[in-house]
Design a protein around this ligand. Structure first.
Ligand SMILES: Cc1cc2nc3c(=O)[nH]c(=O)nc-3n(C[C@H](O)[C@H](O)[C@H](O)COP(=O)(O)OP(=O)(O)OC[C@H]3O[C@@H](n4cnc5c(N)ncnc54)[C@H](O)[C@@H]3O)c2cc1C
Length: 310
C-alpha cells in the first residue's frame, strides 16, 4: 500500500526541479509516500532517491509518450492501492495525467495551490485571480500542482530503495521522432532571474542586442509572452503564462509586457517582479513590486551600463 505517489521527471542532467516542488506539496499530509521516476538516468535516480522515502523507477520501452506513460501510471496506482497521485505542472504532466485519470477512474484536480488531504485542496481559477476549495468525490485522485506555490523539497536523511516497474510500448502510435532541444544558459524553470519579453520590444526575429547583453550580465533565462512566441521571436516552449510555463524565479523582469491576466498567471510565483513599460497605466504595474516607466530603448542600455560599471 502506498497512499501517495509523486510523479518525478528525470532527464540526463538529473531531476526536473519542478518535481521537487511537487514533493513539498505532499509533505505533512501523512500516510505512505513513494516517487515514480520517469525518464530516469543515473543522475535523476540519485537525486530522486534522496527526496522520497520510497521510489519506483518506471521503465517505458520505446518512446516516452503519453500513450505509454498514462496506462503505466494507472496500473501502478492500482497495484499500490494509491489514493493520490501528484505532479508539478509541466508539459509532460499536463499531457499524461488527464489520460491517467480517465484510465484510473480518478477525480482530477488541476492548478492546485495547496493540498489539505489526499482528496482536498485549494485550486486557482480565473487564471490565478481566484481560489476555490475542492474535494475529490472519487476514491482516487490525481492532482497537478502549481510549482510556484511550493518550495523545492529538502533532502531526506536516508536514500530510498528502488523498485522497477515495466510499462508497455505505446499502442496506437505509429511513429514518434524525438528531438532534444539543447539551449545554452539557464532554463526558465531553474533560473534565479528570468527576463520576459513582450510585444513592446517591437521585433520578431532576434533579441535586440541590449536585451541579450542584459540577460547575459544577469545570468538570466529569457522567455516571452504568447504574442512574442506567436510572432516567431521565441519557440512555443519559452512561452510564459497560463498556457505556457509557470515560473518561480527570485526575480522576474518584464520588458514591454502589458500584463494580461493569462501572462500574470505564469509569474505569480516570482519573489520580486520588476516591470518596464512605456505606458504608466499598463496592468503589469498592478502586479509588479517595482515599476520603470519608459521605453526599453532608453532604459535597458542604461541598466546595462549600470551593471557593467559595478
Ligand atoms: C486562452 C488564452 C490563453 C493565453 N495564454 C497566454 C499565456 O500563457 N501567456 C501569455 O503571455 N499570453 C497568453 N495569452 C495572451 C494574452 O491575453 C495577451 O494577449 C498577451 O499576453 C499580450 O502579450 P504582450 O504583453 O507581449 O503584448 P501587448 O498586450 O501588446 O503589450 C505590449 C506592451 O508593450 C508596451 N510597449 C510598447 N512599446 C514599448 C517600448 N518601446 N518600450 C516599453 N514598452 C513598450 C505597451 O505599452 C504594452 O503595455 C492568452 C490568451 C488567451 C485568450
Amino acid at each position: 500500500m502506498t497512499d501517495i505517489l509523486i510523479l518525478l521527471e528525470g532527464s540526463e542532467d538529473g531531476l526536473n526541479p519542478l518535481s521537487l516542488r511537487a514533493v513539498s506539496a505532499v509533505r505533512g499530509l501523512g500516510g505512505t509516500v513513494a516517487g515514480i521516476l520517469v525518464g530516469g538516468s543515473p543522475a535523476a535516480l540519485e537525486a530522486a532517491r534522496s527526496h522520497v522515502p520510497d521510489l519506483v523507477e518506471l521503465i517505458i520501452p520505446g518512446n516516452l509518450v503519453a500513450e505509454a506513460v498514462a496506462p503505466a501510471l494507472a496500473e501502478l496506482m492500482t497495484l499500490r492501492g494509491c489514493r493520490l497521485l501528484v505532479a508539478a505542472a509541466t508539459a509532460l504532466s499536463r499531457d499524461v495525467l488527464p489520460r491517467t485519470a480517465a484510465l484510473a477512474k480518478a477525480s482530477f484536480l488541476s492548478n492546485v495551490r495547496a493540498l489539505d488531504s489526499v482528496s482536498e485542496g485549494t485550486r486557482a481559477v480565473l487564471a490565478g485571480k481566484g481560489l476555490v476549495s475542492v474535494r475529490a468525490l472519487r476514491e482516487v485522485c490525481i492532482a497537478i500542482v502549481e510549482p510556484s506555490a511550493f518550495p523545492v523539497a529538502e533532502i531526506l536523511d536516508q536514500q530510498s530503495t528502488v523498485a522497477r516497474h515495466e510499462g508497455h510500448e505505446a499502442a496506437g502510435v505509429l511513429s514518434v521522432t524525438r528531438r532534444t532541444l539543447r539551449r545554452e544558459g539557464p532554463s526558465l524553470t531553474d533560473a534565479a532571474v528570468v527576463i520576459g519579453v513582450g510585444r513592446g520590444i517591437g521585433v520578431t526575429t532576434s533579441l535586440p542586442e541590449p536585451v541579450a547583453t542584459l540577460a547575459s550580465l544577469l545570468g538570466a533565462a529569457v522567455g516571452g509572452t504568447r504574442a512574442t512566441c506567436d510572432s516567431g521571436l521565441f519557440p512555443g516552449d519559452l512561452q510564459i503564462g497560463q498556457t505556457g510555463r509557470i515560473i518561480a524565479p527570485e526575480c522576474y523582469l518584464a520588458l514591454g509586457i502589458s500584463g494580461a491576466v493569462q501572462h500574470v498567471a505564469g509569474i505569480r510565483g516570482a519573489k520580486v517582479i520588476v516591470a518596464l513599460d512605456k505606458n504608466e497605466l499598463a496592468p503589469i504595474f498592478e502586479t509588479a513590486d517595482y515599476g520603470l516607466v519608459g521605453t526599453w530603448e532608453t532604459i535597458v542600455p542604461r541598466l546595462v551600463e549600470l551593471l557593467r560599471s559595478k
